[in-house]
Design a protein around this ligand. Structure first.
Ligand code: FAD
Ligand code: SIN
Length: 526
């Protein structure tokens, strides 16, 4: 077991983690930056982003309209100042990405082709085909490669943050600071002590807490759970966004996303009878914000008893469709669905978390020295429901803010300021005899959350969920205490914590807002 020092320790290698690393490394070539990430370096939610990144780019568009659309989609729960800041910074961030080498699609006039998605009153989505995230992740990793003071450590799983709680004799009631993280090297199976005065959680989302999700298997809310255990403030966990159109493929996880940009391109949602049910629900029809469309689909499924609805692309300009959405077209074809002649079966799936680790405009959490960026953070941008394609944007804007804060106010901090930290103690632990107990509990959490804490909630469902989760918590903690740690047991523990936060914070919300809808709040609304 080793002790490893760095000036900046970043956990996670998606858009949030990498953009902070690049900015800080370029401005401070003498500072060492470690990016520890639990899978291959490119594996992240970022890599799977399809639709694109929202920014005011067209001369006819305006900051006012992007601000307004964000506030409306968020059901007026967003922080106005944060929304304005992010929207106004967006074009600069796009210029930065282009400068770094991101190849956004262009139209016939040679200008950037701007797509449209739900809740946007203008075409303002910069994209690369239907694989924007892949293009962005690739660009960022190429930049990282050029900066010699960044060390990326793939297959390094962060287990827990190191805080004052780990220091003997410290009064835990005093203000808490973070000094690094205990990280499991998945190749050597050793847990090393990584020390740093500046720690950034960029660990992404929580989709895997649900059985049906568009998120890859890495999205287990580790950063949020670690921050929660470190006593950081975590809020608005009740706001989980369900994307309306994931491909209906029972038993397949993660679910393949059919981008909202497809509806932006003109596709219709239909039920089995062929009705465009969204027309009766919202004047924006298929392009209403996601919470509205997902709830409408959910009602339709409950009413008809059907397992899915359909996305109809058959009336669209197919040569253009194939150019814009080659990945989606290919995926459908590989399953024997021809979008040219057949409707695509779709269902909502857990997609994004609006809440998370509370941070200020500089990305600082309530724990000193600990920053959070990207999907694991709660900045106030999204309110109760995120506007499409505002997520990559948020990570880029806050990535810049955090880098600036580090460069301007923290670059003087060195490892000599870190107190004595105990190394990880594995005494008395054993390799579990049967990992099936871990995978069983993981599936159980996913089923509890899907059945009881999804698009529609109620007091009764939430109470049942918390009872089940309490039992699983006891069971998991017992296993955790005596097991030699593995990513599997740590993820289980983190999923349990995240599920608990979603349920307990849902219980506190007494008004339906954005993505949060409880049957017991309907009367209060009137
Ligand atoms: P991620 O990109 O998820 O990165 C998290 C990183 O943390 C990963 O590298 C992971 O391995 C690492 N990590 C996690 N836990 C640990 C641990 N314990 N130890 C070490 N490392 C850890 N948003 C948009 O704005 N536009 C879109 O078009 C869009 N499309 C999407 C399509 C799909 C299918 C999905 C799933 C999401 C989409 N989103 C989109 C949302 C957006 O992609 C994410 O919110 C965003 O990429 C999050 O970036 P991030 O850097 O915060 O997290
Ligand atoms: C999509 O392409 O539909 C996803 C966009 C997003 O999550 O913002």
């Amino acid at each position: 077991m080793s002790i490893i020092n760095s000036d900046i320790l970043i956990l996670g290698s998606g858009v949030a983690g990498l953009s902070i690393a690049i900015k800080s490394a370029a401005a401070m070539p003498d500072k060492s930056i470690i990016v520890a990430t639990k899978a291959e370096e490119s594996e992240s939610n970022t890599k799977y982003a399809q639709g694109g990144i929202a920014a005011v780019w067209d001369k006819l568009d305006s900051f006012e309209d992007h601000v307004k659309d964000t506030l409306v989609a968020g059901d007026f729960m967003s922080d106005h100042e944060v929304v304005r800041m992010v929207v106004e910074e967006a074009p600069r961030c796009m210029e930065q990405l282009i400068e770094w080498g991101t190849d956004f699609d262009q139209n016939k006039e040679g200008e950037i082709d701007l797509g449209k998605e739900g809740g946007h009153s203008a075409n303002r989505i910069l994209h690369y085909k239907d694989i924007t995230g892949w293009e962005v992740e690739k660009t960022l990793l190429e930049q990282v490669e050029k900066l010699k003071n960044i060390q990326v450590l793939p297959f390094h799983f962060a287990i827990d943050l190191i805080t004052d709680h780990h220091i003997e004799g410290k009064d835990p009631k005093e203000a808490i600071s973070c000094y690094g993280a205990y990280i499991l090297d998945q190749k050597t199976n050793k847990i090393d002590t990584y020390l740093s005065n500046t720690v950034v959680l960029a660990t992404g989302g929580i989709g895997q807490v649900y059985a049906a999700t568009t998120n890859p298997v890495i999205a287990t809310g580790d950063g949020i759970a670690m921050a929660y255990r470190a006593k950081a403030k975590i809020s608005e966990m009740e706001f989980v966004q369900f994307h309306p159109t994931s491909l209906y493929q029972p038993g397949q996880s993660p679910s393949f996303l059919i981008s909202e940009a497809v509806r932006g391109f003109g596709a219709y949602l239909r039920n089995k009878a062929g009705d465009r049910f969204m027309l009766d629900i919202d004047e924006r029809a298929e392009l209403a914000p996601r919470d509205i469309v997902s709830r409408a689909i959910n009602s339709e499924l409950i009413f008809t008893g059907d397992p899915h609805v359909y996305l109809d692309c058959t009336h669209l300009d197919m040569p253009e469709f194939k150019k814009h959405f080659p990945n989606i077209f290919e995926k459908c074809q590989s399953l024997g669905i021809n979008p040219e002649t057949q409707w695509i079966p779709v269902v909502p799936a857990a997609h994004y978390l609006m809440g998370g680790i509370e941070v200020d405009k500089a990305g600082q959490s309530s724990v000193s020295n600990l920053f959070a960026c990207g999907e694991c953070s709660r900045t106030g941008l999204h309110g109760a429901n995120r506007l499409a394609s505002n997520s990559l944007l948020e990570a880029l804007v806050y990535g810049n803010n955090i880098a600036e804060e580090i460069i301007n106010n923290r670059s003087h901090l060195g490892p000599e300021l870190i107190p004595d930290i105990p190394e990880w103690n594995e005494e008395g632990t054993m390799v579990p005899r049967e990992n099936v107990l871990i995978s069983h509990n993981r599936k159980t959490i996913q089923n509890i959350m899907t059945d009881l804490v999804a698009i529609v909630r109620s007091n009764e469902r939430l109470e049942k969920a918390i009872d089940h989760l309490n039992y699983l918590y006891q069971d998991t903690e017992k296993a955790y205490e005596k097991s030699k740690l593995s990513p599997q047991i740590c993820e289980l523990r983190n999923l349990n914590a995240v599920a608990y936060l979603i349920v307990s914070q849902s219980m506190e919300r007494k008004e339906n807002k954005g993505a949060f809808f409880s049957l017991d709040n309907i009367e209060v609304e009137d």
